[in-house]
Design a protein around this ligand. Sequence first.
Ligand code: AMP
Length: 140
Amino acid sequence: MSETIFSKIIRGEIPCHRVYEDDSVLAFLDIGPLSTGHTLVIPKEPAVTLDALSDESAAALGRVLPRLCRAVLKSTGATAYNILQNNGSEAHQVVMHVHFHIIPRFEGRGLDIGWKPGELDHDEAERLAGQMRQLLDQDP
Ligand code: AMP
């Protein structure tokens, strides 16, 4: 994977407003916040998208995310927030290093979501879910 701005932040070559750090994870404030307290949580492992991340880094992220969310909520006074995690440029990923956004929601500030639900085709859904179960059995 190629070098990103986040690799430089991990190595301390570019400054950040650090919120949390351990051997596997770094969290810092987003430089272009959607709202006050917008925080990025990244693995130190250099994976581009979540599906490419090791179980170890995924576990390290999962262990600390709820704590980070609590700190973001308490420090900002927000009572609601979104977790956003973009994978691939078609999904609006700009920095090609896995990251989770913690975005506090305030009146008029935060993540705007254009949510257009479709209707589930149950035959297609059962076929797809079965295919996913099969793939998961082969990817323990
Ligand atoms: P994404 O669109 O999910 O790839 O989001 C990348 C995020 O990284 C954006 O919200 C940027 O504002 C943020 N970002 C880019 N460079 C920096 C930086 N040097 N420090 C903090 N956040 C950054």
